[in-house]
Design a protein around this ligand. Structure first.
Ligand code: 5GP
Ligand code: ZN
Length: 120
């Protein structure tokens, strides 16, 4: 079992202690809809391991982050983003206070769908 932080809301979502609308799950990662979407499609991809932010990423995480980036376009289409180039999506990872990060468990926002968006 991966390292978990008992006070972290995304660890609780990973463990099923807080419900979420799941988009994808495997041994190493989970994707679920953002509770407060900025765009018609807005989901988060998280490693199951508690990594506080991109600032704590280590060499051993390379394959996991690579898989996450490679999977994001497939999940974006599955969740309703239109194909590139007319459609597309935005991928964002806020990091640290000045990077606008509110939840201290590494997550990738994937946003898309017809504009205007609520934010971004
Ligand atoms: P950050 O600002 O850290 O990049 O983004 C955190 C995101 O997590 C926000 O977009 C927020 O709406 C989302 N979020 C916070 N708490 C929960 C929750 O309990 N469930 C879900 N599904 N999303 C959450
Ligand atoms: Zn966590």
């Amino acid at each position: 079992m991966s390292a978990s932080d008992p006070s972290c809301i995304f660890c609780k979502i990973v463990e099923g202690k807080i419900p979420s609308r799941k988009v994808y799950e495997d041994d190493e990662m989970l994707a679920f809809h953002d509770i407060n979407p900025w765009a018609p499609v807005h989901f988060l991809m998280v490693p199951k391991e508690h990594i506080a932010s991109m600032a704590q990423v280590e060499d051993r995480h390379q394959a996991l982050l690579g898989r996450m980036m490679a999977l994001a376009p497939r999940l974006a289409l599955q969740e309703g983003c239109r194909p590139y180039p007319q459609g597309g999506f935005r991928i964002v990872t806020n990091t640290g206070a000045e990077g606008g990060q509110e939840v201290q468990h590494l997550h990738v926002h994937v946003m898309g769908g017809p504009r205007p968006w609520a934010k971004g």
